[in-house]
Design a binder for this molecule. Sequence first.
Ligand code: SF4
Length: 208
Amino acid sequence: MPDSLEQIAAEVAVCTRCPLHRGRTKAVPGEGSPNADIMFIGEGPGYHEDRQGRPFVGASGSFLTEMLEGIGLRREDVFIANVVKCRPPGNRDPEPHEIQACSVYLDRQIALIDPKVIVTLGRFSMAKWFPTARISRIHGQARKVNGRLIVPFFHPAAALHQPTLRQAVEEDFRKLPGYVAQALAEREPDTTEEDDSPGETFEQLSLF
Ligand code: SF4
């Protein structure tokens, strides 16, 4: 049976691959459009996310939604996930072995959605692609990794209470439509020849 986001969510709901399953109320697999051009990857569920089983529903979520609306997008247009799907106790940082254990799900989600651009929110998801980078140096800059644009952002929670970070996040969000357009243009097959002879193409097809 082919893999699906629903299948991943079902596996995550009963997963015991790492110790985080012991403290969860609900696992938070992620949500959004299966055809999203942009995938946001945060760190892990917090209190409200753990209760509701949905990512980014607290104050950080409102901020993320506001930033999306600022560039003409709704939450349903993108896909939002985390590097760990179960809440770390007391909102502590996820441990490397927990991130590693959970990466099987995130990697499958990325493969299925095949987003044009991945936005990492915070240093833990950034470290998946740029393990030695400093977020203050590279935030907002798109880099191509294995053919896909990855853009590190500050985590919305960090930006919520620090006006300078908030401004940086707003500026980084404004760059996103351009990155998506760039990624789409690079994926477009070169159709110059076909465009030059549309009649011929139509005639050939009409034979069938
Ligand atoms: S955090 Fe990920 S690997 Fe750990 S129990 Fe939850 S779903 Fe499984």
